[in-house]
Write a protein that binds this ligand. Structure first.
Ligand code: NIG
Length: 387
């Protein structure tokens, strides 16, 4: 088996305090040896291997783990975005426009669109990505979207309960029955790993959300929830009660919500680019961290509330407007994302981790915040392969 050394790393973030300085486990003047896509050694510069990649003193960080994305969609809602910037409120209903646009393209075209978007995300340093369905809303179309998502990741999420489709207007419980019945069976057959529900006014209420998550749990899926995005509500309480891997958004939290997250293993996944694009207040990451909650940052790439693949942008917003330090934000975008996906093999660079790494065109990760908007991703390697 061929080994490769990434050598001459000016500053290496491992996310393993036993390997280096501080919570980020920073090693200066470092090298990493990889074999068969996994890390087999972390140490001082100058380790030897069959092949050598000289990163010329740059900073290397674990690849970003984007634990919340809606990458499978077609169409464009830039007009909706523009009217929001002019003062219109964000509402869940725009999802139906994307459902129609996605239904209008062929499977081949959808695959091409998603491949381009995944490549864009890789260029932005995203090495692990979760991808949701949710722009189908029929049994056949949710199955189709999950099959497309599976082409790009094993971390796929069934989000049939994204919004109530027009044909079920006034009959949302009938739609929930479909989501929990034949649509769930199709999602499971398509290899979904997680089940998700949008618990919000205009989408699904607490009891409907519980029903969807329990049905998913019963067939072996891991629950997640869109919670407390547009206002305070029952989402976070449901997340903790149902043992969700993550409660995503968490923009509007009560003191009880913060305490509940802190006392649970549910990760609070914050989506600052969605708060930016919907003119919501930013989630209070400081309050969550101080209470002891685990926080993840994710892009929430989707056509309505957050059309970006830039984790660097999310990190900059989290530091500027959500009370996180740059160290905390980087950790939330890597290790935090891994926790939200219940994975221990990514989000860190240590023995036996996947060799997912990002070389920054910068001497340290602080530049992700210090130089906002500048393309600092010099190279992205997934399982040690350049992308
Ligand atoms: O996470 N909140 C629900 N789903 C997406 C928005 C989807 C859309 O507007 O198309 C979100 O923000």
């Amino acid at each position: 088996m061929t080994t490769t050394v990434y050598d001459n790393i000016g500053r290496l973030v491992t996310n393993d305090p036993s390997l280096g300085e501080g919570p980020l486990g920073i090693v200066r003047n470092a090298s990493i040896v990889v074999e068969d896509g996994s890390v087999i050694a972390v140490g001082a510069a100058g380790q030897t291997a069959d092949d050598r990649v000289d990163v010329e003193g740059r900073c290397v960080i674990p690849g970003f783990v984007d634990s919340h994305s809606h990458l499978v969609f077609a169409g464009d809602r830039s007009e909706e975005f523009a009217s929001r910037m002019a003062g219109a409120p964000y509402a869940a209903g725009g999802i139906r426009d994307t459902v129609a646009a996605t239904a209008a393209v062929s499977d081949e075209e959808l695959l091409r669109i998603v491949a381009a978007r995944r490549a864009e995300a890789a260029r932005a340093g995203i090495t692990t990505i979760e991808i949701k369905s949710g722009y189908g809303l029929t049994t056949a179309s949710e199955h189709r979207l999950l099959c497309v998502a599976r082409e790009f990741t094993s971390d796929t999420t069934y989000l049939g309960a994204h919004v109530v489709p027009t044909e079920f207007a006034g009959r949302s419980d009938d739609y929930v029955a479909l989501v929990c019945g034949e649509m769930l069976a199709a999602a499971s057959a398509a290899g979904a790993r997680f089940v998700d529900v949008f618990c919000e006014v205009g989408a699904f209420d607490a009891d409907q959300s519980r029903a969807v998550l329990q049905a998913g749990i019963d067939v072996g899926l891991i629950p997640k929830i869109h919670a407390n995005q547009l206002g305070e509500g029952p989402g976070v309480a449901v997340a903790v009660e149902m043992g969700c891997a993550s409660a995503d958004h968490c923009t509007h939290l009560s003191a009880a919500d913060v305490d509940a997250l802190a006392g649970s293993s549910t990760v609070a996944t914050l989506l600052p680019a969605a708060d930016f694009s919907t003119r919501q207040p930013y989630a209070d990451a400081r309050r969550l961290l101080d209470a002891g909650a685990t926080v993840a940052l994710a892009t929430n790439c989707n056509p309505g509330s957050s059309n970006t693949t830039s984790m660097s942008f999310c990190i900059a917003l989290a530091v500027r407007d959500m009370g996180m330090t740059a160290d905390e934000a980087l950790q939330a975008a890597t290790l935090g994302g891994a926790a939200a996906l219940r994975r221990t093999d990514v989000g860190r660079l240590g023995i036996a981790s996947v060799a997912d790494l990002v070389v920054l065109d910068a001497p340290s990760h602080l530049h992700l915040v210090y130089r906002p908007g500048v393309p600092l991703i010099h190279a992205t390697h997934i399982a040690s392969r350049p992308h």
